[in-house]
Design a protein around this ligand. Structure first.
Ligand SMILES: Cc1cc2nc3c(=O)[nH]c(=O)nc-3n(C[C@H](O)[C@H](O)[C@H](O)COP(=O)(O)O)c2cc1C
Length: 162
């Protein structure tokens, strides 16, 4: 069996280009919680299921692990500051951030390319992460280009040469 280091694994996975999302929920004290996530993917069309993975060691883990509802905001090109804002530990991630209460009192951000409001459908333990499967209850889509993440940095779409 081949053994690879964590650093090699991270570098290899970085070759898989993804979009960037902000996932939000309300914690047990009804406080808004958010984090940047690129492990998001669609799972099932009928019923409409998506998944994402949350690191067990981070501050927002208990809130997301217990949440009955959460929201996924797909970021548009130019929102890398938003992505960085919600990717680091800070006292109040929502200070100066405009949001409203969505389904299940989950904070929903104003600016996004797509918004999926979900109820938690299942959770699976997976190494140092937990896979969270959500059932999509509502979708909102806007025109625009996505923010991408590849090789540890942000990217934007370029059209394939004809
Ligand atoms: C582009 C990007 C994608 C990320 N994707 C994930 C992810 O899928 N799952 C995860 O647990 N953390 C992911 N993170 C890291 C979390 O955003 C970060 O650990 C979390 O916001 C830290 O919260 P805390 O500082 O309050 O503990 C990602 C960070 C970035 C910049």
């Amino acid at each position: 069996m081949t053994q690879i280091s964590e650093a090699q694994f991270r570098q290899a996975m970085g070759q898989f280009a993804t979009g960037v999302t902000i996932v939000t929920c309300a914690n047990a004290q009804a406080r808004p919680v958010a984090m940047t996530v690129n492990s998001f993917t669609s799972v099932s069309a009928n019923p409409p299921l998506i998944l994402w993975c949350v690191n067990k060691t981070i501050l927002p883990f208990p809130a997301f692990h217990e949440a009955a509802h959460f929201a996924i905001h797909v970021l548009h090109a130019g929102q890398q500051d938003m992505s960085n804002h919600f990717a680091v530990d800070r006292e109040d991630k929502f200070s100066g951030i405009d949001y409203t209460d969505g389904i299940g009192a989950v904070p929903t951000l104003k600016d996004f390319l797509a918004l999926y409001q979900c109820e938690t459908h299942a959770r699976f333990d997976a190494g140092d992460h937990v896979i969270i499967v959500g059932r999509v209850l509502s979708c909102e889509l806007r025109d625009g280009q996505p923010l991408l993440f590849h090789g540890g940095g942000y990217r934007e779409l370029a059209a394939t040469p004809a």
